[in-house]
Design a protein around this ligand. Structure first.
Ligand code: PMP
Length: 427
């Protein structure tokens, strides 16, 4: 690992880490949490959509633009050298977060959606043909459905679906029938954004490996944000995730892929930086990861993502997870006391990440969300880009409270109180 310039060594990314998990102390790191909304202190419970950013990340972004802003891998000048060093150091940091041992296997993307589209386009085009099969589950976010539908339409491949039971778990007994010698790719979510289900991906990967030589992609948008991830231990081929779900900036994410697959894949987009040699009629490609990173990348975003991972890495991960689970259990218990509530997803809080989706008989999710917003409580309402899940339960939408490590029991209480107002208004 190259040493950072001396001025960066003392820069914000290296700031002191909190000594132990203390939610109030951690909350102080997040300026956006300390504001009033509609005259009430903000309760931010829309973390599955995006998380707030700690000062450590904001400082790094500001520091980068104030001191080091330059294009990477090109300029032979000091600022470009610094920018390149920070950008590649961030790649190593983020690769480490998901247990990757070779950081060249981590491609910068715009986020999970972009990473999955990259695989569907660049890998799919050479490996999926007419009559081949793509295995998805109905639990998937549209980001892990539509790119495959586009590929299936182009190639004549067939999509098959793993169904879920009413607790939001995959029906694994069906897996044997769904896998065949025609299965080319299995693309599944690590953690569901719509129900919070932590999926048994390791078991599924083992069964896929036994039955087929299909490639396995995991949508890690929620997984990388809430679980400890080790792509090698999971045994997958691709893992796509987004910085903004885990304290980092928007518009940047990572796609990890096995080196041998990345090496033989055609480029996704053409342009500057992804070539080795350009001639009149043809070009040759740079090696990975640059082969998949055409054009000027989101340099500040990548560096900010590295800072987010540095921030998270300094926290006691086990305690954060335990806190999130305890909060989810508490919130579910309190919510159950409300009249006409239906909570979706696994009944056991241990089996879900921070997501608690629900409906009330008395009011539409959009009305619920509008009324609680007036009390300063931010939740999401809608289909959560998971219309197949909504169809499974026969509902058009749900309200979704999603917790992160900086939330408190008080946040859950404020939500329940605000929902009491909803029931009064619509009662
Ligand atoms: N998959 C899941 C499970 C998600 O939660 C999200 C974000 N809601 C995505 C994919 C898409 O992520 P992004 O919008 O950052 O590309």
């Amino acid at each position: 690992m190259p040493t950072l310039p001396a001025d960066l060594d003392s820069g914000p990314r290296r700031g002191p880490a909190p000594a132990a998990f203390d939610v109030e102390r951690l909350r102080a790191d997040f300026p956006a949490l300390h504001q009033e909304v509609h005259g009430h202190p903000l309760v931010y419970l829309d973390n599955a959509a995006t998380t707030q950013k700690p000062t450590a990340v904001l400082d790094v972004l500001r520091h980068y633009y104030e001191r080091d802003n330059a294009n990477v891998h090109r300029g032979i000048h000091e600022l470009s050298r610094r920018a390149t060093e920070e950008y590649e150091a961030a790649r190593r940091t983020v690769a480490g977060w998901i247990g990757a041992t070779d950081s060249s296997e981590l491609i910068w993307t715009r986020g999970t959606t972009d990473g999955i589209n990259l695989v569907a386009a660049a890998w799919g085009v050479d490996h999926v043909g007419e009559g081949d099969e793509i295995l998805l589950s109905i639990l998937e976010h549209h980001s892990n459905l539509v790119p495959w539908q586009l590929l299936a339409r182009r190639t004549g491949a067939r999509i098959r679906y793993l169904e879920i039971d009413d607790d939001g778990g995959w029906i694994l007994d069906d897996l044997g029938d769904l896998l065949s010698s025609r299965t080319r790719i299995v693309a599944l979510s690590h953690v569901s954004n719509a129900l919070g289900t932590i999926n048994p991906v390791q078991d599924v990967v083992a069964r896929v490996r036994e039955a087929t030589d299909a490639v396995v992609l995991l949508d890690g948008a929620q997984g990388a944000a809430h679980l400890e991830v080790d792509v090698n231990a999971l045994g997958v081929d691709f893992y796509a995730f987004s910085a903004h779900k885990m304290c980092g900036p928007t518009g940047i994410g990572g796609l990890w892929g096995r080196r041998e697959l990345l090496d033989e894949m055609a480029p996704y987009q053409g342009g500057g930086e992804m070539i080795s040699l350009v001639e009149r009629d043809s070009s040759t490609w740079a090696s990975v990861p640059q082969k998949f990173e055409a054009g000027t990348p989101n340099i500040a975003g990548a560096i900010g993502f590295g800072a987010a991972v540095d921030y998270l890495s300094a926290l006691p991960h086990d305690q954060l997870l335990a806190h999130e689970r305890e909060l989810v259990g508490y919130a579910m218990e309190r919510l159950r006391s409300l009249e006409g509530i239906r909570i979706f997803g696994p009944p056991d809080p241990e089996a879900r990440s921070g997501v608690v989706p629900f409906t009330l008989d008395a009011a539409h999710p959009h009305d619920i969300s509008t009324i609680v917003d007036a009390k300063g409580v931010a939740i999401r309402a809608g289909h959560h880009c998971a219309q197949l899940v909504m169809q499974h339960y026969g509902v058009p939408a749900t309200a979704r409270a999603s917790f992160y490590f900086y939330n408190t029991r008080d946040d859950a209480d404020r939500l329940v109180d605000a929902l009491g107002d909803v029931l009064e208004i619509f009662g």
